[in-house]
Design a protein around this ligand. Structure first.
Ligand code: ADP
Length: 738
């Protein structure tokens, strides 16, 4: 099933012509013939119904015939060759039935489209070259766009002798204005007239980018249908976007007929890849411009477009130079000021100076500040701005007719007809306002009456009258120019950079302060623990003396208290030792070397005197574990802390077991120590690595620092440690070093 949108509609009138798929119109102009050839077999599969008029061969005799029978062997051979090499197809002059033609071929999907048109009168190439050189020299000396346009209009008329030549420029909304004109004296001037965007709909503008020069040789021609309507190869209508002979939209024909135009030539002016305007030539009777003339003209318009680009770019650069300077001053201010809004609105330059405006506003989080004496009272603007924020989907929003977005009193509208707003971040905006610019626009016909009902054709038609119609524009400001938009965008980026830089500096400062605080804390901890050791030794010594020499003088309770003191001093000693080694760990330099994990484990088992202290515990150590690279003392500490925990937290189980080994994971040697002890609930799997965090109750001695030390050592070696465990099912600690 084909999608109906792929077909040219039966009824096109002014109400749907903006969606008219003109590239598949299925008709050609009558001064030439369109043939469609299947590119593989080179057989004619579609033909214009005017084959007899043009070539003297009836269409029925053409369909299904090999193309060489129509265009001759030599051209057909060239076509086949070019198609095979996939090189571009060049125009070819031909004589058929005593008439001279030029054949222009191009590929469109599987179809090869041949435009066969009369060769026309050939000019002396030398004369033409001389004329062109003169034209190009003239173009070069023009420094501003209006003069350049006048010159091009003059040259075009000199070249082709159309009754009227206009240069038509689009505004941001695609309305057009005639900015240069050359005409037959007796004709009324259209210079300065405006035409609504609907006169040249979007899809026509798009086609101009693909096919920049187009003629209508006879506005009053009978459209020639191409049959069959659908290509037998693709099953779709022919895409005639690039055909020189493509038929014209009936609405456009009617539009030209309403103007009494008999023939036209339209050339696209493309500046920096965008349709800038058109050169529109009107003739009041039929007029054909041959292929070679059109090609030279294409060359000329390209030169014109690039000259225009140059002029426009220079203008843009000059303007940007000014705004860049101002932006730089604002950047310096923003860097120095306490807050960004202060820098943007206090002391010159303020941000509103960046663009020509009557004032502005800054919305910074909850606050809205108005700038400039000519902007309306704050409350009403606040409301307006709320509306604006709600509607603003992009980072930039601008209009020269704010009244078309929100309802404004006339008095307010005069002050803020135009608005440009940039969003810096979610709730931070800068706004510029522009006052009303009362202007009178002369339209070529009343643009509001773009539709009339055509009784004969039973459809809506383009307007009939093109008489000058003056309109006083109110509530409209001067439009926002390209360089102004880019300056505002630039400022937005500047502010974002500065916000990020300020945040980075703040984080950096905070980090420094944190590091200092940390260092102080470590020194304090180290000093404290160190200082506490001496009195603790004293307490312990006296308590031991008391126990050894005076225990017999004490009653049972006294003896119990001495034992408690001794027990507590022992715990305090362990705690101080742990804190000391924890603080030392930070300042210690890494001395990395290759170490045998098996050797370390054996040393630890011996040191802990496991056989005597944990006689029931079975320890299984994997043989020949990989070597590990790191600081030997630190790695010893990792294993002894982990081993200590594994022994301790499994000691009360019936048959304690500890397994030590390694696994290769993602190319890394991950070591593990697993026990079958009391285990750890999952919510504590991270917490146990923090200092002083203990889960096990009084039944298990400890200080809560062991794992914090292990983690810190591992991080120093750029490694990771994690635990897998469930309560009652033992714990497996895994780690790797880098
Ligand atoms: P502690 O000196 O308390 O053992 P650690 O920092 O070494 O301090 O361990 C913190 C806590 O993690 C312990 O109090 C204990 O609750 C839990 N823990 C550590 N290793 C194990 C293990 N192998 N099995 C069960 N619990 C463990």
């Amino acid at each position: 099933m084909r999608n109906s949108s792929e077909l040219y509609p039966n009824n096109v009138d002014i109400s749907n012509c903006d969606k008219e798929p003109i590239h598949i119109i299925g008709k050609s102009q009558s001064h030439g013939l369109i043939l469609s050839v299947y590119f593989e077999s080179l057989e004619v599969i579609q033909s214009g119904s005017n084959a007899k008029d043009i070539l003297g061969i009836s269409s029925d005799n053409i369909l299904g015939r090999p193309v060489q029978e129509i265009v001759g062997d030599s051209f057909a051979e060239k076509l086949a060759e070019k198609l095979q090499q996939q090189t571009s197809l060049l125009p070819e002059e031909l004589e058929i039935n005593g008439k001279k033609f030029i054949v222009l071929a191009h590929r469109s999907e599987e179809n090869l489209i041949l435009d066969i048109e009369p060769l026309g009168e050939l000019h002396d190439p030398y004369l033409f070259q001389r004329q062109l050189t003169k034209v190009l020299n003239n173009l070069k000396v023009q420094e501003n766009a209006p003069e350049l346009c006048r010159e091009v209009a003059r040259l075009t008329r000199e070249f082709f002798d159309y009754d009227r030549v206009m240069i038509y420029r689009f505004d941001e909304e695609w309305n057009g204005e005639v900015i240069a004109e050359e005409k037959k004296e007796e004709l009324e001037s259209w210079l300065g007239l405006h035409y609504p965007a609907s006169d040249i709909p979007a899809q026509s503008r798009k086609l101009f980018l693909k096919h920049p020069i187009r003629i209508i040789a006879d506005v009053n021609y009978d459209p020639v249908s191409i049959s069959p309507e659908l290509s037998p190869v693709t099953g779709k209508p022919l895409d005639l976007s690039r055909s020189q002979l493509r038929g014209v939209s009936p609405i456009h024909i009617e539009y030209l007929q309403n103007m009494n135009v008999g023939a036209s030539l339209t050339a696209a002016i493309i500046v920096n890849g965008k349709l800038w305007g058109l050169i529109a030539c009107h003739h009041y009777s039929a007029k054909f411009i041959n292929y070679y003339e059109r090609e030279s003209y294409r060359f000329l318009t390209e030169m014109f477009s690039s000259e225009l680009s140059l002029i426009e770019t220079n203008k843009f650069l000059k303007k940007t130079d000014k705004t860049n300077k101002l932006r730089n001053e604002l950047i310096v201010k923003m860097k120095e000021a306490n807050t960004i809004p202060d820098a943007l609105i206090e002391a010159s330059p303020v941000f509103t100076e960046l663009l020509s405006c009557s004032g502005g506003a800054i919305i910074w989080e909850e606050e809205t500040i108005m700038i400039g004496k000519k902007v309306p009272a704050k409350a009403s603007i606040k409301k307006l701005v709320e509306e604006l924020i709600r509607k603003q989907e992009e980072d930039m929003f601008f209009t020269k007719n704010l009244g078309s977005f929100i309802k404004l009193d006339e008095s307010v509208s005069k002050l803020i007809s135009g608005l440009l707003s940039i969003r810096v971040t979610e709730n931070k905006y800068l706004v510029w306002f522009r006052p009303e610019l009362v202007q009178v626009v002369d339209w070529g016909g009343n643009p509001e009456k773009k539709v009339t009902y055509n009784e004969a054709k039973k459809r809506l038609s383009p307007r009939k009258s093109f008489e000058k119609w003056s309109q006083k524009l109110t509530g409209i400001s001067e439009s926002w120019k390209g360089y102004e938009l880019s300056a505002a965008k630039g400022l937005r980026e500047d502010i974002s950079h500065i916000i990020v830089e300020k945040q980075r500096n703040e984080i950096h400062e905070l980090n420094e302060r944190l590091l200092d605080a940390n260092k102080e804390l470590e020194l304090f901890g180290y000093g404290m623990s160190h200082d506490m050791k001496a009195p603790l030794r004293g307490i312990k010594g006296y308590a031991e003396i008391l126990q050894e020499d005076y225990a017999s003088n004490l009653n049972k309770e006294g003896q119990y208290l001495i034992n408690t003191i001794l027990g507590l001093t022992g715990r305090l000693e362990n705690l101080i030792d742990d804190i000391l080694s924890f603080s030392k760990m930070n300042s210690r330099e890494l001395r990395a070397q290759k170490i045998s994990v098996n050797t370390i484990i054996s040393e630890i088992i011996e040191l802990f005197n496991v056989k005597v202290n944990y006689p029931r515990t079975e320890i299984m150590v994997e043989e020949d574990m990989p070597f590990i690279k790191g600081d030997k003392k630190m790695i010893f500490q990792i294993w002894s802390n982990l081993m200590n925990n594994a022994l301790k937290y499994s000691a009360k189980i019936e048959a304690p077991q500890i397994k030590i080994g390694s696994e290769k994971v993602n190319g890394k040697n991950v070591f593990f120590i697993a026990d079958n002890g009391i285990g750890i609930a999952s919510e504590y799997h991270d917490k146990i690595f923090e200092s002083f965090s203990r889960l096990a109750g009084d039944g298990y001695k400890g200080t809560g620092i062991g794992l914090a030390i292990v983690k810190r050592i591992i991080e120093k070696h750029e490694g990771e440690i994690w635990v897998e465990s469930e309560p009652g099912k033992g714990a497996k600690f895994n780690f790797y070093l880098n």
